[in-house]
Design a protein around this ligand. Structure first.
Ligand code: GAP
Length: 502
């Protein structure tokens, strides 16, 4: 593990670029803040993250179906969902240098209140939403928060009892200048549909995939004849004009979500909430995020959105701090009720057996594909030592990705480029490809260096064809993590790999 967290993040970002996991978008023009491209290894990794989620929450279940909705929807959707009025970040500007910040990033104050050290406090506001949002980013599982009334203004305070206060800033961090009041800034990207660019043609790039699911809830119900309880899943792009994109891909302006809206009877909502909360946490652990770095944080009552009765965040200890990977929320019947109201369409469910009609409750596990991918990359990054061809220990960088997620599953090498070894290695490589697994053939350079390249790519197995292969048709398989080598039949490679990655 790298010595300090910033250094680890710098090394990871450098590796992602060097090995083709993640590039800055439009880098040749100086890039664009908050947008990222996935390279040849990154796209395979990200596809594997999505495929693992899809297999586990859609294909292996009888109670979840999926949809793939358009990114631009009728703008009424976003009025009904509350995004037009309320999908905002609190924003402040420096009057002197014109820098722009999210209010929670500069309104840090430190004070002592009895035993409690107040780490930060939100901007004072008469709008509870603004006060709540400005405090949100500085809270985590180790802090507590409360709503304070100062005269007729509200303020959220984030505090913990055991830590000395950190520096405070209520002026522009760049120039010390005076700051404006916090204002609401809508984070939806606007566009125009059709030739006219006026208020009648305004549309939005979806800020979440969830609303496409709610808008199609009746279609799915009517066409698939599925019965409650059931879920509708979707993976797709979402767009948010984040004021402050940061921490590599963690907070981007264009990203992918993987969301399930799980519809159930109101009386069963609590049971299903608990089920999904646990299931989704376990999914990350099973894919390699050690549970010591993974936290399931229940929101305090005061933190909940007005329509939610319970929410939990799966949080991961990134090198830059503890941050949310996925939220699991009991959204009650809020969304369907709103869509019924705004569209005039009936969103009720009729239960044939109980003869009951009601608007279902919804449990929503909502994860970010890019955040999950980044967490898997952070967890995988490892520096250790491995012997070279002469048996001398050398430093190596290895990405210990879960085999199910690794971009390349197996690399196949001929030890030397002669004696028929390349032909045998090519045959194995083609057999692995034909089985549907990603294989990489490499015959260039010393075998130790070829291993090293695959370690950085996170390839769990390297198969080498050598002199002994010519005699007994066996090959060596090297394990990326243990460095152990074992001989297996050349015709058993596909079977061997499949067993270990599933
Ligand atoms: N439908 C509920 C919803 O969208 P959210 O907490 O705003 O909830 C869900 O987003 C997930 O989407 C987050 O847990 C995170 O993984 C991902 N996400 C949200 N904003 C993001 C951003 N700016 N960049 C990358 N991922 C983001």
């Amino acid at each position: 593990m790298a010595e300090n967290t910033n250094e680890l993040m710098d090394k990871l970002v450098a590796l992602c670029k060097r090995r083709g996991f993640i590039f800055q978008s439009s880098e040749i023009y100086g890039g664009i803040n908050g947008f990222w491209d996935y390279g040849p290894l990154g796209v395979e990794l990200k596809r594997n993250v999505k495929a693992a989620w899809w297999e586990d929450v859609v294909r292996k279940r009888d109670d979840v179906v999926a949809v793939d909705c358009s990114i631009i929807m009728n703008p009424k959707v976003w009025e009904a969902s509350g995004h037009v009025a309320g999908f905002t970040d609190p924003l402040i500007d420096c009057k002197k240098c014109k820098s722009r910040y999210r209010a929670d990033k500069v309104f840090g104050v430190s004070a002592r209140d009895g035993e409690n050290v107040i780490l930060s406090a939100s901007v004072e506001s008469d709008d509870e939403d603004i006060a709540r949002q400005t405090a949100a980013a500085s809270a985590n599982s180790k802090t507590r928060r409360r709503l304070e009334k100062h005269g007729d203004k509200l303020q959220w305070q984030v505090f913990r009892a055991d830590k000395a206060p950190e520096g405070a800033a209520a002026a522009c961090p760049a120039c010390g200048g005076e700051l404006t009041e916090a204002r609401k800034f809508n984070m939806m990207f606007k566009t125009f549909v059709g030739a006219m660019e006026d208020s009648t043609s305004v549309a939005y790039l979806r800020p979440e995939t969830a609303q496409g699911i709610f808008a199609n809830y009746k279609n799915v119900l009517d066409t698939s004849r599925i019965k409650l309880p059931f879920g509708i899943a979707q993976i797709g792009k979402a767009f948010r004009n984040e004021i402050n994109p940061r921490n590599f891909t963690f907070r981007s302006r264009e990203f992918e979500q993987m969301e399930i809206e799980f519809f159930c009877h109101p009386d069963e909502a609590e049971k299903w909430y608990k089920y999904w909360r646990k299931t989704r946490y376990n999914w990350y652990v099973e894919h390699g995020l050690t549970s010591s770095k993974l936290h399931l944080r229940d929101h305090e009552a005061a933190e909940l959105s007005h329509y939610s009765t319970a929410t939990a965040d799966v949080e991961y200890e990134f090198p830059f701090g503890l941050a949310e990977l996925e939220g699991i929320a009991n959204r009650t019947n809020f969304d369907l009720t709103k869509h019924q109201e705004f569209s005039g369409r009936d969103m009720t469910y009729y239960d044939d057996e109980t003869k009951e009609r009601f608007i279902p409750y919804v449990i929503e596990p909502s994860g970010g594909v890019d955040r999950a991918t980044l967490a898997f990359l952070c967890e995988a990054y490892c520096e250790d030592e491995a012997p070279d061809e002469k048996g001398v220990m050398q430093q190596r960088i290895v990405m210990k990705l879960h085999p199910r997620l690794a971009p390349i599953k197996v690399a196949v090498f001929p030890l030397v480029k002669k004696e028929g070894m390349p032909e045998i290695a090519q045959k194995i490589h083609k057999a692995v490809q034909a089985s549907g697994l990603v294989s990489f053939y490499d015959e260039k350079g010393a075998v130790g260096r070829r291993y090293r390249r695959q370690d950085e790519a996170g390839t769990p197995f390297c198969v080498t064809v050598d002199g002994q292969t010519l005699e007994d048709q066996t090959v060596t398989v090297r394990d990326r993590d243990s460095l152990e080598q074992q001989r297996i039949g050349a015709d058993k490679v596909v079977e061997f790999i499949k067993e270990r990655i599933s």
